[in-house]
Ligand binder design. Structure first.
Ligand SMILES: [Zn+2]
Length: 309
């Protein structure tokens, strides 16, 4: 059956803080003509400050994916891109007046809640699917991350994460076309280990972290004074560790919310291939670096060095 490209039915506005920069940002999602693809626009840098959402422009992958083209930089792009990928938006402009996408609640739920009631606008150009000809396998010896992409009739992902964490254990998630991205994956929030928080804060990251936009995993019981110090850092009155091993700032939306979030990150990073492709993805402990490295490879395999899908 012939499929057609889709865009948004109208404009959607969001406002919030960037997770890492802490900067206040206004962001609008806008419909776009056929064959535009997904593009970011830095409105603060001028009316033509566009950067295409493709892997060629990835420059940083520490705790989020950053694109950079000359002066134009946008970071923490993965959740809005995952939303578009999961809903099937082919063409859209993401307009921002600062350098980082707002973290909102740490998930894609706010986008879904806005867009889903309107549905999408079907356009007249056919949607193109690309087929991967040969498998790709990459392993990062240092982190133990693995990604294997094999040609298939449909796009699907299966992911396992194991951080040697007693709280998380080994978690699995899988996604195939037709699964309900909006309810099964979009609500899943980003997460961080408690012992990483001080390091991240000291290194100038998570300036926009306010303990309402992330799950915090506390591997072992920690003295209350350490929790109090963290509460000060995040400007909240009081924090405790739940019996399950999470900070009590938020309640889990799924028992395996963390791996579901990681799967959403893969969808966001893989959308940087810039075209839809059929393949089965098997991932272990994936992260933005390996995800975007593979997206570059897939892009090259599919397009043979040309930049247009
Ligand atoms: Zn994420």
């Amino acid at each position: 059956m012939q499929e057609f490209q889709k865009t948004l039915r109208r404009r959607y506005d969001f406002e919030g803080k960037g997770l890492h920069s802490g900067r206040q940002v206004k962001m609008s999602l806008l419909p776009a003509p056929e064959n535009t693809g997904i593009r970011f626009l830095r409105t603060d840098l001028g009316p033509d400050a566009y950067i295409e959402a493709v892997a060629d422009y990835v420059t940083q992958t520490q705790r989020g994916t950053t694109l950079e083209k000359g002066e134009i930089r946008v970071s923490t792009i993965e959740h809005i891109l995952a939303t578009f990928s999961g809903l099937g938006v082919d063409n859209a402009v993401i307009a921002l007046d600062n350098l980082e996408v707002p973290i909102l609640d740490g998930s894609s739920a706010p986008y879904i809640q806005a867009i889903l009631p309107d549905g999408l606008e079907e356009q007249s150009a056919p949607r193109r699917w690309y087929t991967l000809e040969k498998p790709i396998f990459v392993r990062d010896e240092q982190s133990g991350a693995e990604l294997e992409i094999t040609p298939a009739d449909e796009f699907s992902i299966e992911l396992t994460v194991d951080y040697n964490s007693e709280v998380l254990g080994v978690q699995h998630a899988s996604f195939k076309m037709g699964d309900d991205f909006a309810t099964e994956f979009a609500p899943c929030r980003t997460f961080v280990f408690f012992h990483e928080l001080e390091f991240l804060a000291k290194n100038g990251l998570i300036k926009g972290g306010d303990v309402e936009n992330a799950l915090v995993i506390v591997e072992k019981p920690v003295p209350q004074e350490e929790l109090d110090r963290m509460a000060d850092l995040f400007n909240v009155q009081h924090l405790t560790r739940t019996p399950a091993g999470y900070l009590d700032n938020v309640t889990l939306r799924f028992p395996n919310e963390c791996v579901r979030h990681k799967l959403m990150d893969i969808m966001g990073d893989f959308s940087l291939v810039g075209c839809r492709f059929r393949a089965h993805v098997r991932a272990v402990k994936s992260g933005h670096k390996i995800n975007t490295d593979i997206a570059k490879r897939i892009r090259y395999e599919l397009l043979g060095g040309t930049s247009e899908c």
